[in-house]
Design a protein around this ligand. Structure first.
Ligand code: ADP
Length: 303
């Protein structure tokens, strides 16, 4: 089953163009949708999750017309929204059992089997009798995945799931996502580059409601080889450099400012080549140096 989104556009009544001609083809596995705040990720996720309307375009999940046949989508969809509310006084087991009933999982024994399996899968079985109000951020997000997996979805949408998680919880959450069945389409929206780097064989960068780049991270990185240059600068030098050269990122490293510049050749002898990483690709895209489809590595090598 493939998710095919074509020319999806959405403008909010206040005039914000949140999506503009978004087209993506997404196969089973983890797909990373990366973009800064305001890029349109949640709008796209909510539209695919049947919670809001698009103005134009289409989205098909296999042969389900997602914009028209919302009931059919809901039968095969698992969704973890960005603002996932929980009933604080209810235990994990109680809420999951209740949600299983709502999902139509009938029969006490079958519900118990499904709920138990999901609590084990999300590493929450030990906490099943704890009230959700006492859960840590990571536990809440894992519970969010447990509820989203009820009913064996074919499409799992997770919107900014790792925001606010500490590094250990993030690793745990990544492991959980990476263990979800091979034949499920998992659409992961995030503004955190390492989420995509760690998890996703395919990705897209969304910015200003448009798809700026799609491809496999390794193919995207091939396009950057030899084009990222680095240099340590004084803080005072930074704005001058930014005015003169395509600076794609700068960050503090051991108290000094490390600058990455996008350039076909060394801007001058003071720069040294940097090994491009996905963060470079992301910022180069957001700043307009990389566009649309990445050429697969094997084609680049053959030509
Ligand atoms: P992201 O999830 O990437 O942060 P969103 O889809 O939430 O992006 O937002 C995309 C743009 O649409 C932003 O400019 C945001 O302010 C705007 N937006 C989102 N929801 C609404 C709304 N209900 N009404 C008006 N503008 C909205």
């Amino acid at each position: 089953m493939e998710l095919r989104i074509q020319n999806l556009s959405k403008r909010y009544p206040n005039g914000t163009q949140a999506l503009q001609d978004v087209s993506l083809s997404i196969k089973p596995g983890l797909f990373g949708l990366l973009g800064p705040n305001g890029a349109g990720k949640s709008t796209l996720m909510r539209t695919l999750a049947t919670l809001q309307e698009a103005d134009s375009g289409s989205a098909f999940l296999g042969d389900i017309d997602m914009l028209k046949d919302k009931d059919a989508v809901r039968r095969v969809l698992g969704y973890l929204p960005q603002d996932f509310g929980l009933y604080p006084k209810v235990t994990a087991e109680e809420l999951l059992t209740h949600l299983a009933t709502l999902k139509g999982i009938s029969g006490w024994l079958e519900r118990k089997r499904v709920v138990d399996a999901l609590l084990h899968q999300t590493n929450l079985h030990h906490a099943r009798r704890k009230q959700l109000g006492g859960f840590s951020g990571g536990m809440r997000q894992r519970f969010g995945i447990a509820q989203a997996l009820l009913g064996n979805p074919r499409l799992l949408i997770v919107d900014e799931p790792t925001a606010g998680l500490d590094p250990e919880e993030r690793v745990r959450f990544h492991n959980l996502l990476s263990e979800i069945g091979q034949d499920v389409i998992v659409l992961l929206s995030t503004h955190i580059v390492s989420d995509v780097r760690d998890l996703c064989p395919e990705m897209a960068v969304l910015n200003g409601g448009r798809v700026m780049l799609t491809g496999a991270p390794e193919d995207i990185l091939v396009r950057l080889e030899g084009r990222i240059w680095k240099k340590f600068v004084d803080k005072a030098e930074l704005s001058k450099l930014q005015a003169e050269l395509p600076v794609i990122s700068h960050r503090l490293l051991m108290g000094r400012t490390l600058v990455h510049v996008y350039s076909e050749s060394a801007p001058d002898a003071s720069f040294s080549p940097a090994v491009a990483d996905l963060e470079d690709a992301y910022f180069a895209t957001i700043k307009g140096h990389l566009v649309r489809e990445a050429t697969p590595a094997h084609l680049t090598a053959a030509s």
